[in-house]
Write a protein that binds this ligand. Structure first.
Ligand code: SF4
Ligand code: SF4
Length: 440
C-alpha cells in the first residue's frame, strides 16, 4: 500500500508543515552539518542563553561499555532530553559516540578531527569511559590497547592520543564510571596494561578551556541519572545560567556523593537495631555477609539504578565499594565480612537488644485505635490481637505522661474526657454526648 494513503500519526501530523527540503547528506559528518544548520531551528528549551549547541565527544578506553548502557537508561534528565535540547537553558547536545552514533568511517572520525583542529565553531565536552591504558607498553611490541580511527597510512590512533589532543580545547572533560575516574578493574592488581584514571593521565595541573579540572562521575556501572544530571548542571554553567555545580576534592558531584550509601540504605534501620542477615535473601542489614556500605560514598539506595528502581541493597546485594577510588583491590575479597564490623555490628547488636523490645512496646500501643483502649477489644476479624499486660500498660502510662508533658493530647480539651462503659462510645462535641451502639 502507498504510505501516503495511510493516515498520519498524531506526532507526524503535528509536524507535517516542518518539511525537510534537502535530504540529509550522510557522507558528511554531523559536525559539518551543524555548521550549516539554521539558527532558528533550535527547540525552545535550548534557546535560552548564548550557547545553543554543545558537542559531546565520547571516548572509550579500557571499557566494557557498561557506562554507555547505564546512561542510555537515564531518565532525569534522559539522553533524549539532552539531544533534542528540551531542557530550558541547557544547550542542545550533539553526541558523537563510537557505539551509538549512526555515522561511521571517515564521516564519524571527521567530527573528532574537527574538534581537535578547533573547527567546530561551538564548544565541546569530552566524555571518557573506561580506564586509560599505558600505550607505551603496547607500543613496545608494535601493538596498541585501545584505538579509534586511523592515520592516512593505516595505523590505529590510540584513544589516549585523542584524549591528549582534545582535552585542552574542551569546555570540560568528564570521566564516567570507575574505570575512567579511578582506574577501576583494568587497573586492579596484576594488570598488564598500566591502566590509570583520566585524572592520573592528564595530571594535577590539567584545566579545561573553562578552567575546570576533570569531573568524575564514578560507579561500576554508574547511575545513568548521576551522569546526565551532572552534564546538564555543567552545561547550564557553561551557558552562564547556573552556578558552577559543587564538586568535592576528587571532582565528584558533591550533592550526589557526599553521603555514604549506608546513610540512605533501606536496611539501615536493621543495622541500628542490631539485626543482621545471615544469608542472601534475608531482609535485614547485609553487613555481616560482606556489605561495605557504611564507608562507601554512593547514592544508589536513594536514587535507584534506573528510573528510581533497583539498586544494590534495595534488591538484596551487598555493597562492594564500586564508586570508590580504592575499588576493587581495597574491597577484596568480595562477600567477606569487613573487619570493622566486629566493632560496629557488635555494638549495635548489644544496644539494639535493649532498644528493640522497648520500641515493640510502643509499637503495640501505636497499633491500637484509642477507642480500643476504652472498649478493651479489637474488632478485627483477621485474628486475635493480644491485649497489653499490666507491665506494658504501666510502662506506657509513664511513656505517655512524658510524651504529653507540657502539651495537650490531640483532639480533646481539658475536662471534656468522658469515662465510657464497655459497648458505648461518646464524643464530647458542643457539650453534647452521643452514644453509639457498637453492636449495630
Ligand atoms: S546493608 Fe550495607 S548499607 Fe545497608 S544498612 Fe547494612 S551495612 Fe549499611
Ligand atoms: S552500593 Fe556499593 S556496589 Fe552498589 S553501586 Fe553503590 S558503591 Fe557500587
Amino acid at each position: 500500500m502507498e504510505s501516503s494513503l495511510l493516515p498520519r500519526a498524531p506526532l507526524e501530523q503535528e509536524h507535517a508543515d516542518e518539511v525537510v527540503d534537502a535530504p540529509i547528506d550522510f557522507m558528511t559528518s554531523s559536525a559539518e552539518r551543524e555548521l550549516t544548520r539554521l539558527p532558528g531551528s533550535e527547540r525552545e528549551g535550548a534557546l535560552l542563553g548564548p550557547v545553543k549547541v554543545v558537542h559531546a565527544f565520547w571516548l572509550a578506553g579500557m571499557s566494557c561499555d557498561g557506562c554507555t548502557v547505564a546512561v542510555t537508561g537515564a531518565t532525569s534528565p534522559s539522553v533524549e532530553d539532552l539531544l533534542i535540547g528540551r531542557l530550558p537553558g541547557v544547550p542542545r547536545v550533539v553526541l558523537h559516540h563510537p557505539v551509538t552514533s549512526v555515522e561511521h568511517g571517515h564521516a564519524f572520525m571527521r567530527n573528532y578531527e574537527m574538534a581537535a583542529n578547533g573547527e567546530l565553531n561551538a564548544p565541546y565536552v569530552v566524555i571518557f569511559e573506561g580506564s586509560v591504558p599505558d600505550e607505551s607498553r603496547a607500543a613496545e611490541t608494535g601493538g596498541y590497547w585501545c584505538a579509534m580511527g586511523s592515520e592516512t597510512v593505516p595505523k590505529p590512533i590510540p584513544t589516549t592520543t585523542w584524549l591528549t589532543r582534545m582535552a585542552p580545547g574542551a569546555a570540560a572533560v568528564i570521566a564516567i564510571g570507575t574505570c575512567a575516574t579511578w582506574g577501576g578493574i583494568p587497573a586492579a592488581y596484576g594488570n598488564p596494561t598500566g591502566s590509570m584514571s583520566v585524572m592520573d593521565f592528564l595530571g594535577k595541573d590539567y584545566l579545561s578551556a573553562l578552567g575546570l579540572p576533570v569531573i568524575n562521575v564514578p560507579g561500576c556501572s554508574p547511575i545513568g541519572d548521576n551522569f546526565t544530571e551532572t552534564v546538564a548542571a555543567t552545561l547550564l554553567f557553561l551557558n552562564g545560567l547556573g552556578p558552577l555545580p559543587e564538586f568535592d576534592e576528587l571532582g565528584r558531584p558533591a550533592w550526589l556523593f557526599g553521603q555514604t550509601v549506608h546513610q540512605g540504605c533501606v536496611r539501615a534501620g536493621f543495622y541500628e537495631e542490631g539485626t543482621f542477615a545471615e544469608r542472601y535473601g534475608d531482609p535485614e542489614c547485609l553487613v555481616e555477609i560482606g556489605c561495605w556500605g557504611p564507608v562507601v560514598q554512593c547514592n544508589i539506595t536513594s536514587r535507584g539504578a534506573i528510573n528510581h528502581v533497583g539498586g544494590c541493597m534495595n534488591t538484596g546485594g551487598v555493597c562492594i565499594g564500586c564508586t570508590m577510588p580504592g575499588f576493587p583491590d581495597r574491597f577484596a575479597p568480595f562477600y567477606k565480612r569487613p573487619p570493622g564490623t566486629i566493632v560496629s555490628s557488635t555494638t549495635s547488636r548489644s544496644v539494639g537488644s535493649f532498644i528493640r523490645p522497648l520500641r515493640r512496646i510502643t509499637m503495640q500501643f501505636n497499633n491500637r485505635e484509642v477507642l480500643w483502649d476504652k472498649t478493651k477489644k479489637v474488632p478485627s476479624g483477621w485474628g486475635h490481637v493480644a491485649e497489653p499486660g499490666p507491665v506494658k500498660k504501666g510502662m506506657h502510662y509513664f511513656y505517655e505522661k512524658w510524651q504529653f508533658l507540657n502539651a495537650e493530647k490531640p483532639g480533646r480539651k481539658r475536662g471534656t474526657e468522658i469515662p465510657l462503659d464497655e459497648g458505648e462510645f461518646a464524643s464530647a462535641g458542643a457539650g453534647k454526648i452521643v452514644p453509639i451502639d457498637l453492636e449495630r
